[in-house]
Design a protein around this ligand. Structure first.
Ligand code: CTP
Length: 417
């Protein structure tokens, strides 16, 4: 029996419903089906009429050894076909997903068996888009994706490269191995953080000099938001204390919006003290210094002369202050470094009394702050584990695997001294 079968209950294979829409990448879905089957997953395929133009249902019928679902009334044994499919699915993967289907799903349009089933299912949904780069970047497509994300749908972003249409840019279906990994993980872990409370800090802070000028940094908040969304989906009660970002509230989280390091500290401390936290993940890029005084009125160039000195005072280290009284809370910090990455993380692990420091090198322009991908080193008392270069969302998932495993073992990280 595979691990997935044991997770689903003895003798019962978990079922992945795979949706195929009308896109040239549909041929890659055959490989996805095989990968899932190899992992012990039972696969059923549902196709849109256009999807069936790209790869014939006969191919999927042969691969899955079962009928392919095509039309709402095509199965005499399942009189309400979209409902039986919706209930059967332990995970619903739509790969490839066209812009058309994505826009329909975002708006609740149910005009074929795939979209009707998507509306009816309660299973976790993974969408792997594939399309032309301009269709991908289109405002409507992006708004629909944001809408779906806010409902807890996992979007496996397309890769950049040469597209079937001959253009260069984002739009290639995510690697099928990556899609299969997400689907398997979804089936395995479902709700492993159920009943846990997790505090997360995210984003930059702004330290105002005067009413219109501030000191800040380019953190987008994306990492913290991805961790928050993932933790909520895995059943945790999540409090996300966020500095100013352009991101919308992640699905299922309590979000406290703050501006300055001081406000972030106060909000985080409140959340940490009001109810015990099982884990606290400090991803925020908090300003280490704030202006000693904040001017009430806008500074005027003419009044300052040719030089202006700014006196700064240290802010409170939120992680260090809260970790000093952490008890059994799993405390995770981040270290964004430009040199001696591991050594700096090991120092922060000790000095801040954290259980885990996630270190990353932000000197590379392709990775770090503004990038959708990153390469992390998990530094703990047990040693260093490094990841491949992976999408931030996948990294968030790996981090929560580490947190969940520590929680399952009763966090042996130790009490604060
Ligand atoms: N951190 C925090 N509060 C602060 C500063 C940092 O909670 N006032 C947290 C960050 O969220 C991160 C970790 O501490 O998890 C490391 O932050 P970093 O800025 O890399 O470290 P510093 O303590 O500022 O050390 P250094 O300036 O030497 O890199």
């Amino acid at each position: 029996m595979s691990e997935l079968e044991s997770a689903a209950g003895e003798g019962s294979e978990p079922t992945a419903l795979v949706g195929v829409t009308g896109c040239i990448a549909a041929y890659k879905t055959c490989e996805l089906v095989r990968l899932l089957q190899k992992a012990g997953v039972r696969v059923k395929v549902v196709m849109t009429p256009m999807g069936a133009e790209f790869v014939t249902p006969a191919t999927f019928r042969a691969l899955t050894r079962t009928e392919v679902a095509l039309a709402p009334i095509d199965d005499a044994t399942a009189p309400i076909h979209h409902i039986s499919l919706a209930q059967e699915a332990d995970v619903f993967i739509i790969a490839p997903a066209t812009a058309n289907t994505i826009n329909k799903l975002a708006n609740g349009v149910a005009d074929n068996l795939l979209t009707t089933t998507a509306l009816a299912t309660e299973a976790p949904m993974l969408i792997a888009p594939a399309m032309n780069v301009h269709m991908w970047r289109d405002e409507t497509t992006q708004a629909s994706l944001a809408r779906l994300r806010s409902r807890g749908v996992i979007i496996l972003e397309p890769e950049a490269g040469y597209l079937a249409c001959g253009e260069l840019g984002e739009g290639r279906l995510a690697a099928v191995e990556e899609i299969a990994r997400w689907a398997q993980a979804e089936l395995e872990r479902a709700r492993d953080l159920g009943g846990r409370r997790v505090l997360i800090t995210a984003g930059p802070t702004r330290e105002y000099i005067d009413p219109v000028r501030f000191l800040s940094n380019p953190s987008s908040g994306a990492t913290g938001y991805a961790i928050a969304e993932e933790a909520a989906r895995r059943g945790a009660e999540v409090v996300l204390v966020s500095g100013p970002t352009t991101l919308s509230d992640p699905f299922g989280c309590t979000v406290v919006r703050v501006t300055s390091a001081r406000e972030m500290f106060e909000a985080a401390e409140r959340a940490f003290d009001e109810k015990p936290c099982d884990a606290a993940v400090f991803t925020a890029a908090v300003a280490d210094y704030q202006p000693a005084e904040q001017q009430q009125h806008k500074l005027k160039k003419g009044e300052q002369g040719s030089e202006l000195s700014l006196r700064l005072v240290a802010t409170t280290d939120i992680l260090k202050t809260l970790a000093a009284r952490k008890g059994s809370t799993v405390v995770v910090g981040f270290a964004a470094e430009t040199r001696d990455v591991i050594a700096a993380a090991e120092r922060k692990l000790r000095e801040k009394n954290a259980d885990l420091i996630v270190a990353n090198d932000v000197s590379s322009p392709e990775l770090g702050f503004a990038s959708a991908h990153n390469h992390w080193h998990f530094v703990s008392a047990a040693g260093v584990e490094s990841t491949d270069v992976l999408p931030k969302r996948t990294l968030a998932r790996l981090l929560l695997d580490a947190v969940a495993s520590r929680l399952a073992q009763g966090n042996q990280g130790g009490e604060a001294k």
